[in-house]
Design a protein around this ligand. Sequence first.
Ligand code: UD1
Length: 417
Amino acid sequence: MDKLQIIGGRLLAGEVRVSGAKNAALPIMCASLLTDQPLALDNVPSLMDVRTMSKLLAQMGVEVGDQEGGRVQLQAANIANPVAGYELVKTMRASVLVLGPLLARCGRAKVSLPGGCAIGARPVDQHVRGLQAMGAEITVEQGYMHATAKRLRGARIAMDLVTVTGTENLMLAACLAEGTTLLENAAREPEVVDLAHCLRAMGAKIEGDGSQAIRIQGVNALSGARHRVMPDRIETGTYLAAVAAAGGKVRLSAAAPETVAATIQALREAGAKISCRADMIEIEMDGRPGSVSVTTAPYPGFPTDMQAQLMAMNCVARGKAEITETIFENRFMHALELQRLGADISIQGNTAVVQGVARLQGASVMATDLRASASLVVAGLVAQGETLIDRIYHLDRGYEALERKLAGLGAKIARVR
Ligand code: UD1
């Protein structure tokens, strides 16, 4: 199995191009299920999760073109098999995003209960409840959701908690429902807004995306469209956190600075000089960062997907930070691995108390989930000597060309067997 070898202690310098957002590309690919016309996408990142989604859609009968230079075309002329099997779904939780569009288009779907990152229980009850409110019948048998509906009906759905893919699934379904759907307590994440942009280009009638109340007026059919996937704000934040931890001066291009505001604010508090203009972010960090306490929250709060990377930076900061995770239980698995590098972290319930140390020492560590792996990379870039990260398939799920991009910034990093 591949490992990532990092020799830490070098400053980062140069320019890196941000890729398209994984968490926008996945739901947008599922939007192709809503029409028999082609959906052409640009800026799709080359990632394992995107390949998994392509395979999942292809199994249903979607024609998925080759991905070339970020461009992919999908056409669901006929959906012969509205089924998402366990083998693929277990590797990627976002597979559940096919449920809403399949029901809306085919009137039936069989979707395995999801797996994905082992970060807490992560149920899908809000997805199911919302679709039931729209008239779907859903039963769970032998690990599969069996859903049927003659034609979904618009409904007023107040979600019990803010769920990103839940909001997206219901938004996708509501586009072809009869009548108007009102989603209350909806997720405001930029990826939800990007999906709405794509759906509108396909002819959907959606208002209020980006706010807590999204109104979708169902239409009888959607058309094909061309859409450019937004920049990845978590990848952006990860490179920014890496520079804040390791020091140096880096320019990120093809970014969307307005979507990274909470992370930029935290890193400025740590002492990084950050300037933004149009699609560019420049960061400069001199010396050790200051500690920064954060509490994760739904957008526009500090993202849970940046929590691990900020913890890694805090490991080498001056002072003590408290990091509180409110979105997922069990999302501190990286703390144990960071301790192997010499970090001083104690976990108290859903808060990690990080006392910064002057230096980390390289060691062998194991990636446990996608963003946890990213935190180990950030720590490895700062640690003295060699850090060897095992199970990097987690990283390959969500970071395009990570080692090439970091090597381009002067890091000593290589993929080894
Ligand atoms: C998405 C992101 C993921 C990010 C997360 C939170 C994608 C593909 N993934 O995941 O990277 O970490 O948002 O920003 O976009 N919940 C329920 N019932 C449900 C649905 C969710 O209880 O039906 C709970 C979850 O267990 C969790 C919280 O709600 O505690 C938020 O989860 P959610 O926003 O749904 O995360 P995902 O959409 O799976």
